[in-house]
Design a protein around this ligand. Structure first.
Ligand SMILES: *Cc1c(COP(=O)(O)O)cnc(C)c1O
Length: 375
């Protein structure tokens, strides 16, 4: 592969930060860089509580546990997402109920959620949490979602794994429900090679997550444990890498948005090629440029054309209600995410992508779309 979808963009600053942490002696899952990384994220989001963790998936798991999600509970969740979101629900022994997307943001439909909630109310089986995903760096339409949930006393978790630095009506991604989750996996907008963060304004949620992440160890010299915990903390060395990456977040966002603007210009007029819509309330972070190409055959042809040229692209997420691992669970769907999956493609969007590479990708996309005049 010559051009990847979203490779890590790391250099001298990250190298210096890593070596600095190494030389400080804090080669441990604790240390000054870990605390400082949490403080940096807290400052960025405006929420005081942040817990750095080994992955975004671990953060999702702890978010649900901190809310008291138990085996047999229902958790309503976006069906159009990466499997980690739904896996975290299963780690708790709870049952996901999948909610489809709306065409305007590609994220959870407030209308379908409202339908699912009134259905659940009729059956006297309300979910113990609603897990909303901010896909491809764009926030969901939280105002109606949170209003519906809070009216029923249901907490909202924001899976902002892909959306660090994005905003909704000017408010930071991650802070739009009761708990927020970020991922720093290698392909995300900033990376610690692997890592995640849980944020919340509630000290009890944050304390509970930190405690569960460190083997549920009670404050006693002999290590007292009254319940089962996890080993989910981020390493101090990787937190140093995270701090160096976070300092570059504004430039990463700017570059990825510019790549998107270039693709829009270069692909303008390409038959039935449409970009992920960005509603007026959305401050998209530019993570991945996504297009739909009219039909599945065209999307597959473009995907293999790019592959033949050594360029990575990827179909949009396959909805969870279509995944064999989750086939047994309930869903409220109207075909929106199925259609996006069928005809959609993510294009190379890394922050180190050059203008020449964007032009090359766009040219190959164009050449594999049948040239027909717009109707
Ligand atoms: C990447 C991702 C996760 C999981 O994050 P990891 O750090 O890889 O565990 C969860 N949800 C979504 C939507 C993601 O894209």
């Amino acid at each position: 592969m010559r051009i990847y979808l979203s490779p890590p963009d790391v250099g001298d600053a990250e190298r210096a930060a890593l070596l600095g942490a190494f030389d400080s002696g804090w080669v441990a899952p604790a240390g000054p860089d870990l605390a400082a990384f949490e403080a940096d994220i807290a400052e960025l989001t405006g929420w005081e509580g942040a817990v750095a963790l080994s992955s975004g998936t671990a953060a999702l798991h702890l978010a649900l546990l901190a809310l008291g999600v138990e085996p047999g509970d229902d958790v309503f969740v976006s069906t159009f997402t990466f499997a980690a979101t739904a896996n975290a629900i299963r780690y708790c022994g709870a049952n996901p109920v999948f909610i489809d997307s709306e065409p305007t943001s590609w994220n959870m439909s407030p209308v379908l959620l409202a339908e699912a909630l009134s259905d659940a109310r009729r059956r006297n089986r309300l979910p113990s949490a609603v897990l909303v995903v901010d896909l491809y760096g764009q926030c969901a339409d939280y105002e109606p979602i949170v209003a519906e949930c809070h009216e029923l006393g249901i907490p909202v978790v924001a899976d902002a794994a892909e959306a660090l630095g994005a905003t909704y009506k000017g408010r930071p991604a991650g802070t739009l429900g009761d708990i927020g989750v970020f991922s720093f996996n290698g392909n995300k907008i900033i990376t610690t090679s692997g890592g995640g963060m849980l944020i919340s304004p509630s000290p009890s949620v944050v304390d509970r997550a930190r405690y569960l992440a460190t083997q549920a160890r009670q404050p006693a010299a002999h290590y007292e444990h009254s319940e089962v915990g996890y080993n989910y903390r981020l390493s101090n060395v990787l937190a140093a890498l995270g701090r160096a990456q976070l300092a570059r977040l504004p430039s990463f966002i700017e570059r990825r948005r510019r790549t998107n603007a270039m693709y829009r210009e270069l692909l303008a007029g390409t038959y039935k090629c449409e970009f992920m819509p960005v509603p007026s309330w959305s401050g998209w972070n530019g993570w991945l440029t996504c297009v739909t190409l009219g039909d599945g055959d065209t999307a597959r042809r473009v995907h293999s054309g790019l592959l033949a040229a050594g360029i990575e692209s990827r179909p949009l997420w396959k909805p969870m209600h279509l995944q064999p691992a989750f086939a047994e669970f309930a869903c409220h769907v109207d075909g929106t995410s199925e259609s996006l999956f069928e005809k959609g493609l993510c294009l190379p969007s890394g922050s180190a992508l050059t203008d020449a590479e964007v032009c090359e990708v766009a040219e190959i996309v164009r050449s594999h779309v049948k040239h027909r005049v717009h109707p």
